[in-house]
Design a protein around this ligand. Structure first.
Ligand code: MD3
Ligand code: FE
Length: 213
């Protein structure tokens, strides 16, 4: 293993070309973020979406903002309505928008105004296999990710699926900005282990902010 799992000095840390780790950047707003997640989920409940291949995802998902990412038998896409209700996704909470904007600026992407936030909830045993995020229109914008609750081992692969992934521990409050040459890298998360977090219980939440359109 080339990556040290347990040392993360404070401040922006370039993990690799185009990847900026802001360790603990969301700690100060973790409580409002969690309250906002719960408020979004009252309107657009977490659900296990089904891949085009017919498999239910182990992470539960919901979205907020003008666009939401969905998967079903027809494929992957962004759309303005929650397919479960037919109504627009909940508005992106101000604390979300501000965090994404500030983190992107810190990482060298001023002016980031995401139009989609995908919220993933991982319970015991949930994982996400290696994939690329390529359903967005303009890959010049970064993706900003925010980890809350239980830690998980993240896999940072390369530009080809066959590239051996590096392992990075993602912890409560970590914010990562994936831009430039990192934008199209394969990535995933290993199986969530049992645990208890004061804010999230047995879960890990991940927010990913995207400019989809
Ligand atoms: C690297 N989520 O929602 S966040 C996803 O922890 C997703 O829920 C994971 O992958 C999670 O699509 C990982 C970190 C992340 C997000 C987007 C990336 C890493 C990325 C896009 C390009 C490269
Ligand atoms: Fe992804």
């Amino acid at each position: 293993m080339t990556q040290d799992l347990f040392s993360n000095p404070a401040g922006p840390e370039p993990l690799d070309e185009g990847v900026v780790l802001l360790h603990g950047y969301a700690l100060d707003c973790a409580e409002p973020l969690m309250e906002s997640i719960h408020r979004v989920a009252e309107k657009a409940p977490f659900r296990h979406m089904v891949t085009p291949g017919g498999h239910a995802m182990s992470a539960a998902m919901t979205c907020c903002g003008p666009l939401g990412w969905v998967t079903d038998a027809r494929g992957y896409r962004y759309q303005a309505q929650d397919p479960e209700s037919g109504v627009p996704w909940p508005e992106m909470p101000e604390v979300f928008r501000h965090l994404a904007w500030a983190a992107a600026k810190e990482a060298g992407f001023p002016g980031f105004k995401p139009d989609a936030c995908l919220i993933n909830r991982y319970g015991l045993g949930a994982r996400m296999g290696l994939h690329q995020d390529k359903d967005e229109r303009d890959f010049a914008w970064p993706i900003v990710s925010v980890s809350l609750g239980l830690p998980v081992v993240f896999q940072l692969g390369g530009l080809r699926r066959s590239d051996r992934p590096q392992r990075v521990l993602l912890e409560h409050g970590d914010v990562l900005v994936w831009g430039g040459p990192a934008r199209m890298r394969y990535h995933g998360v290993l199986t969530l282990k049992a645990g208890a977090h004061p804010l999230t219980g047995a879960n890990r939440y991940n927010l990913t902010f995207r400019k989809a359109d």
